[in-house]
Design a protein around this ligand. Structure first.
Ligand code: MN3
Length: 203
C-alpha cells in the first residue's frame, strides 16, 4: 500500500510574490504536484498487484509512470524547500556560508556560476530542471540539467537545489519568457536551507 502525500509548504501561496504569484504557486503545488502524488500512488498500487501476480509485462509497463510521477513528487518536494519569501530571507546569500565559498572555489565567482546555471536552465529543451549538485566522486559542485522529472540522484549526484523550468512553473506570469523567470527566481532562493543541504552532504 503506497501512500505518498503532498507536502505542506512552509509559507503561504502569496508569500513568494512578486516572483511567483499566489495563483501560480497554488496551481503548481495544489494541482500539478498533487497530481504527481496521486498518480504515483495509483501506479505503485497497480505495480504491487502485478508483482503479486508475477506479471512482469505489466510491471515493466508501469515503470515509466512510476519514474515520471515519482520524480515529479521528489523534485517538487526539494523545490518548495529551497524557496523562501523575501521577507523571511529569500535571496539572502551570506558570504560566510560554506556553499558560497564552495561556489566561488568551483566556478571562479558567484556571478559566473549564476550565469552558467541560468543559461543551462534556459536552454533545457522542452520540460525539465536545472540543478546545482554535489559530486561525491569529484568532491565538487556541478551544474546539471534534467529532462522531464528525471532525478539528479540517479546520476550519482546529490541534489543541492533546483530550478523548475517546466512551462507550468512560469507561464501564468512570464508567458514564454523562461529566461525572465530564471532571472527572478534568485530573489527567493532559501540559502539557509541550501547551506544546510550542502553541509549535510559534505560532512
Ligand atoms: Mn513543476
Amino acid at each position: 500500500m503506497s501512500n505518498y502525500k503532498l507536502p505542506d509548504l512552509k509559507y503561504d501561496y502569496g508569500d513568494l510574490e512578486p516572483v511567483i504569484t499566489a495563483e501560480m504557486l497554488k496551481i503548481h503545488h495544489d494541482k500539478h504536484h498533487r497530481a504527481y502524488v496521486v498518480k504515483l500512488n495509483e501506479a505503485l498500487e497497480k505495480y504491487h498487484e502485478a508483482e503479486k501476480k508475477k506479471d512482469a509485462e505489466k510491471m515493466i509497463e508501469l515503470q515509466s509512470a512510476i519514474k515520471f510521477n515519482g520524480g515529479g513528487h521528489i523534485n517538487h518536494s526539494i523545490f518548495w524547500q529551497i524557496l523562501a519569501p523575501i521577507k523571511n530571507g529569500g535571496g539572502d546569500l551570506k558570504k560566510e556560508y560554506l556553499i558560497y565559498k564552495a561556489i566561488e572555489n568551483d566556478f571562479g565567482s558567484f556571478e559566473k556560476f549564476q550565469e552558467l546555471l541560468s543559461n543551462k536552465s534556459t536552454l533545457v529543451q522542452g520540460s525539465g530542471w536545472g540543478w546545482l549538485g554535489f559530486s561525491r566522486q569529484n568532491k565538487s559542485l556541478v551544474i546539471h540539467t534534467c529532462q522531464n522529472h528525471d532525478l539528479l540522484s540517479a546520476r550519482g549526484i546529490f541534489p543541492i537545489f533546483c530550478i523548475d523550468v517546466w512551462e507550468h512553473a512560469y507561464y501564468l506570469k512570464y508567458k514564454n519568457a523562461r529566461a525572465e523567470f530564471i532571472k527572478e527566481i534568485w530573489k527567493i532562493l532559501n540559502w539557509q536551507e541550501i547551506e544546510s543541504r550542502y553541509k549535510k552532504i559534505i560532512t
